[in-house]
Write a protein that binds this ligand. Structure first.
Ligand code: CTP
Length: 404
């Protein structure tokens, strides 16, 4: 993906051990299609050399407001005018304090102050010792920077370079990359609470065996990520899958269809949008054995009896909040053939305003997919693309419909 194609980012480094992560971040931004102009403070240059950052960004690094390379000698104006965002990573406690007061005695702070407020957003990735982070002065500065319109990313938690453990580390480069990409996405779901089910369910036969399916959960996880990027608060109820939780998403792990139903019904109270992508097992063994079923040597095979699992989507689609329009429900249909006919019939059967059809065997485990959106007015195809790209398109479609 080239999620930052066409974006020009001024990457500002201030003094902190986390400067080493800025090197990785610079590469990652460029890999996503951005161009990166690095500005370093004097303190940053104590931690990592401008040569490293120049080699990674493929551009000369700026460090001084007296840099004679600029014909008009106004680096702070020139650099800020061409940026789509200024990202300060790492941002030290001292630099936060400086930004807050509008001080401008070095090139980076000068560039931040000189940027056109309505065109060039300021993104801040704090990095400091846990005591510095927790200090009331820092927390006050953080609140004021947000109030002034800056986006301040979270900090990480864990071991710190000083040997202490706690909050205040800079996020890892891949986490910051995800946050920067999210920042640039349209905010169509701002204020919404999205609930997503994803992955397969696992229905136990005995303590060591069970019935499941080939769903990888990738589509549901991509939708959770896209919804969070679009400004929603997101809860993801996930069956057993080995996928990393998208940034900023609350994840609840479940095993069986019954677990998934309970977690989903509880969380649906606060949700405004429900997207059911999970491949819920239709049936579960009627009796779960306490002990492993053993071969008895006679060649007799065990006979399993099944009962039908609850239909989570249909349950929520019939709930009073869904019927009154407070909870917008979206279903998925995993079919093996006759997609349009099956998806159209399933939408009516499940009682949902929007149903998304896909061919199960062609998508399970893959990174891309093709979707068919079916609503009361007809069907529309979202052609084959990465699951994240499709998830973003679907989120935009949901945002449009939720408004109506
Ligand atoms: N679904 C659900 N609970 C179930 C079964 C399905 O919430 N017990 C949801 C799925 O998450 C999906 C939609 O219903 O959003 C359709 O799932 P699918 O497996 O395609 O359909 P089924 O209802 O199982 O119907 P069929 O087996 O006849 O295709």
């Amino acid at each position: 993906m080239n999620d930052l194609a066409g974006k020009h980012i001024v990457l500002g480094l201030t003094g902190g051990i986390a400067c080493y992560k800025a090197a990785e971040l610079c590469r990652a931004l460029i890999k996503e299609g951005a161009t990166v102009q690095v500005i370093m403070t004097e303190a940053a240059a104590q931690f990592i050399t401008p040569v490293t950052m120049q080699a990674l960004s493929n551009r000369p690094v700026y460090g001084s407001q007296w840099d004679a390379r600029e014909p008009n000698n106004m680096a702070h104006i020139n650099l800020s005018r061409e940026a789509d965002a200024i990202l300060i990573a790492p941002c030290s406690a001292d630099f936060m304090a400086k930004l807050l007061h509008g001080r401008a005695d070095d090139l980076l702070s000068l560039t931040c102050l000189a940027r056109p407020l309505d065109k060039v957003p300021l993104l801040i990735a704090p990095a400091m010792n846990r005591e510095m982070w927790a200090h009331p002065a820092t927390q006050r500065n953080l609140a004021q920077l947000r109030a002034d319109g800056s986006t301040v990313f979270d900090v990480g938690t864990g071991d710190q370079a000083c040997g202490e453990t706690g909050d205040g580390r800079m996020l890892e480069s891949e986490e910051l990359l995800e946050d920067v990409i999210a920042f640039f996405q349209p905010k169509g779901l701002h204020g919404q609470h999205v609930l997503v089910t994803a992955g397969p369910t696992y229905e136990a036969i005995d303590p060591v065996r069970g019935i499941t399916n080939l769903s990888s959960g990738k589509m549901g996880f991509a939708i959770a990520r896209a919804a969070r990027e679009a400004g929603a608060s997101v809860t993801l109820v996930a069956g057993p899958v080995h996928l990393p939780t998208p940034r900023g998403v609350t994840r609840i792990n479940v095993v069986s269809a019954q677990n998934m139903l309970e977690a989903t019904v509880e969380r649906a109270q606060a949700a405004t949008i429900f997207v059911a992508t999970s491949a819920v097992a239709d049936w579960r063994p009627a009796h779960v054995k306490d002990q492993k079923i053993k071969k008895d040597g006679s060649g007799t095979t065990p006979t399993l009896q099944f009962v039908e699992n609850p239909d989570i989507l249909a349950t929520l689609a019939q709930s009073p909040r869904a019927v009154s329009g407070d909870l917008f429900c979206v279903g998925f249909a995993a079919e093996s053939q006759d997609l349009l006919a099956n998806a159209t019939a399933k939408r009516v059967r499940k009682g949902v305003p929007l149903l998304v059809g896909n061919i199960g065997p062609a998508t399970f485990g893959q990174d891309d997919n093709a979707l068919l959106l079916v609503d009361a007015h007809g069907a529309r195809e979202l052609p084959r693309n990465s699951k994240l790209a499709l998830a973003r398109q679907l989120v935009a479609e949901i945002a449009n419909r939720k408004k109506i």
